[in-house]
Write a new protein. Structure first.
Length: 87
């Protein structure tokens, strides 16, 4: 089953929703790494074989984050970012 790492900009309710669906979810804000750099965030996701879930648009840049360099990045791009629409 897919494991996720949610960036600190992801609402806790989304992580809870994924967890309730049976996914293994680690929240950056709950593991004591607020303000973590992007390079450390992607490295943590890579090391733990997790898909990164984020609102940050630069994570969608395949020149910075080539497809074979991580386990996946989900960049949520919904405007306005209303929780029911995100879920």
């Amino acid at each position: 089953m897919t494991s996720f790492l949610t960036d600190e900009n992801i609402p806790p309710a989304l992580a809870e929703f994924l967890w309730q669906k049976g996914f293994d979810v680690k929240e950056a804000r709950k593991v004591g790494i607020p303000g973590i750099s992007d390079s450390r965030m992607i490295e943590l996701a890579r090391r733990e074989e997790r898909v990164l879930v984020t609102f940050d648009r630069h994570f969608a840049n395949i020149l910075l984050y080539p497809l074979d360099s991580h386990y996946g990045i989900i960049r949520i791009c919904i405007y306005p970012p209303l929780l029911p629409d995100i879920i």
